[in-house]
Design a protein around this ligand. Structure first.
Ligand SMILES: [Ca+2]
Ligand SMILES: [Ca+2]
Length: 235
């Protein structure tokens, strides 16, 4: 009896975790934007996702940590096996996309998950149980300064990382830049994270959940102002 109660509690906890994970994927208009059939997380549901599904087809031992390379998408957090139900999820969303640089697509946060505590730069290795993304960061050099330390750190994200000068899916702490995109701005934060800042009526750009604002200077450059009034300047 106690074992059964424990199983029920565990199941409830998993369902709550899944609900929370999915509820975080709403855009600024409150629409659910997570594309469950986008197995390779490139923003489109198309043939490459079929390839991911095919490579895991009929596997029976998917776990919450790897979800068979992300192919186990039925139901919400996967059911442990890859079969026609997972194919149906792809078929249902076939042709959908969320590429923020494609004006025909629904915009969504590019980073699905931010591991706790990565706001600082330090060595870390984390596997996101929701998406299966492997996150790793390593500090190669730290020189204490009077104000801000000089820190050179590398970050790897197996699913959402960008292709940079130091390798595919790798980023480094000084790879901070803005990317114009359909009137909006994408901030690359040097840790492999990308967030879309949406154009505001007052001519600035802002992102939901961030107390930051991007504005354009008279000389055409851009500036991001943080909550504590510190600034990043982009030329
Ligand atoms: Ca895809
Ligand atoms: Ca499944």
């Amino acid at each position: 009896m106690k074992v059964r109660q424990f199983s029920v509690v565990v199941m409830c906890l998993v369902l709550v975790a899944c609900t929370l994970a999915y509820s975080a994927e709403y855009d600024q208009n409150g629409r659910l934007n997570l594309l469950r059939g986008d197995l390779n997380r490139d923003g489109y549901i198309n043939f490459p996702d079929i390839g991911v599904l095919a490579s895991a087809w009929l596997e029976q031992d998917c776990s919450l940590s790897n979800r068979c390379a992300g192919a186990d998408v039925f139901f919400t957090c996967g059911d442990g096996s890859i079969n026609s139900k997972d194919f149906a999820v792809i078929a249902e969303g076939w042709g959908s996309c969320t590429d923020p640089c494609d004006p025909c697509c629904i915009h969504m946060p590019l980073t699905l998950y931010e591991p706790a505590g990565v706001s600082g730069l330090f060595d870390a290795e984390i596997v996101n149980l929701f998406s299966g993304e492997f996150y790793k960061s390593e500090v190669d050099m730290r020189i204490p300064g009077r104000g801000i330390d000089f820190v050179f750190a590398r970050t790897y994200r197996s699913r959402t990382g960008a292709n940079t000068s130091i390798g595919n899916n790798w980023s480094h702490s000084y790879d901070i830049h803005l990317e114009a995109c359909s009137g909006n701005m994408i901030l690359h934060d040097g840790r492999g994270r990308r967030d879309t800042y949406y154009a505001q009526p007052n001519g600035t750009w802002a992102a939901r959940g961030f107390f930051r604002e991007i504005s354009q200077n008279p000389d055409g450059s851009f500036m991001m102002v943080f909550r504590d009034t510190s600034k990043w300047n982009f030329n």
